[in-house]
Design a protein around this ligand. Structure first.
Ligand code: PEP
Ligand code: MN
Length: 357
């Protein structure tokens, strides 16, 4: 249930509602919008009589929340969540957020070259895996803490916040000390102990969708993080497992973007790289994602994809990433959004990524 207060309701009226909720052994969640305050009721709200709340001063309406997730719901937070990183980056606002970098941090030099290129092209956040979830135990597993130090140093030198994946609760504290955003990988979307552990931090979380997760399961996974008090969660659609994976690695659920936008206030990011699995098709699906209303992209880029230790096949060369940014900017403009850098000023002649050598 949510309690919608009249606009300009005084604090004394809010306090009465909050006290009534607490008296019923439930938890109030106060959300202050531009016009009015909404108080969500967390817990088994069948114990509380809606009419009791409706009769309190300055209560405009008491509305049931029908979705199984509460803190992640639009009803609780009608206004979109803005996640701020330093002075420059705001995720979830009008400006799109582009995160880019190698699948895995392999060396400081490769990372530095990549960071320089993606930053120049307009990416504002540097990605790089240091703990890698791999299907085979014999595949490259990431360079761990050494790579985390490189990522932090390179991010700093290019003035880019960094994002990296945490795979286990015992990694959370040390990764949260150095990374600006913690990524929960698709395979860990329902690792509830891990969700609770990142929920205890105050770092923004990028929660990837499990390869076969429904939207409700995904939003309930977000709820685990929110319920621990970490309100800064963003969702990342990265493609679903489907019956035909001959040509693409996964199937991007573009429709999830507008549906999520109606269900939740959390920003929605799209990962075209893991969705299609081949660099040739990344631009096309990125265009679709931005057109559908995504708040940003997370894209894999590598200066020498042929020697990449993971996901080289889907990694864009830096110059292809530049072309992608031109396309993103065009679509962004068409749908009333913006990107950080006006690429038209920087690339006089646009060459589609698909035809670059
Ligand atoms: C990644 O971002 O490198 C990754 C492993 O992604 P996912 O969890 O979506 O497979
Ligand atoms: Mn990858």
């Amino acid at each position: 249930m949510i309690v919608i207060m009249r606009s300009n309701a005084p604090q004394s009226s809010l306090d009465r509602v909050i006290a009534t909720i607490r008296q019923n052994h439930l938890r109030p969640h106060v959300s202050e919008g531009a016009k009015r305050v909404i108080i969500g009721i967390i817990g088994d709200d069948r114990q509380i009589n809606a009419q009791v709340l409706e009769c309190l001063p300055d209560v405009e309406a008491v509305v049931p929340v029908l979705t199984p997730f509460k803190l992640a719901s639009r009803e609780f937070h009608p206004e979109p969540l803005l996640i701020r990183l330093g002075d420059d980056v705001v995720i979830g606002g009008n400006e799109l957020t582009i995160m880019a970098g190698p699948c895995a941090v392999e060396s400081r030099e490769i990372l530095d070259t990549t960071a320089e290129a993606v930053h120049q092209a307009g990416a504002s956040i540097l990605r790089g895996g240091v703990f890698k979830p791999r299907t085979s135990p014999y595949s490259f597993q990431g360079l761990g803490e050494q790579a985390l130090d490189w990522l932090a140093a390179v991010g700093k030198s290019h003035h880019m916040p960094i994002i990296t994946e945490v795979m286990a609760p015992d990694q959370v504290r040390k990764v949260a000390e150095k990374a600006d955003i913690l990524q929960i990988g698709a395979r860990n979307m329902q690792n509830f102990n891990l969700l609770e552990a990142v929920g205890e931090t105050r770092r923004p979380i990028l929660l990837k969708r499990g390869p076969s997760a429904t939207l409700d399961e995904w939003l309930l996974a977000a709820e685990y993080i929110l319920a621990r008090g970490n309100e800064q969660v963003m969702l990342c659609e990265r493609g679903l497992r489907s019956f035909d994976r001959k040509y693409t690695r996964n199937v991007l659920d573009v429709s999830a973007v507008p549906v999520l936008k109606s269900l939740t206030h959390l920003p929605v990011i799209v990962d075209p790289s893991h969705a299609v699995g081949k660099w040739e098709w990344i631009t096309a699906v990125s265009r679709a994602a931005i057109a559908a209303g995504a708040d940003g992209l997370i894209v894999e880029v590598h200066p020498q994809p042929e020697i990449a230790l993971s996901d080289g096949r889907q990694s864009l060369l830096p110059k292809r990433f530049e072309s992608l940014m031109v396309e993103v900017e065009r679509i962004a403009r068409a749908v009333g959004r913006s990107v950080r850098v006006d690429r038209h000023q920087m690339i006089p002649e646009y060459v589609p990524a698909e035809v670059l050598p």
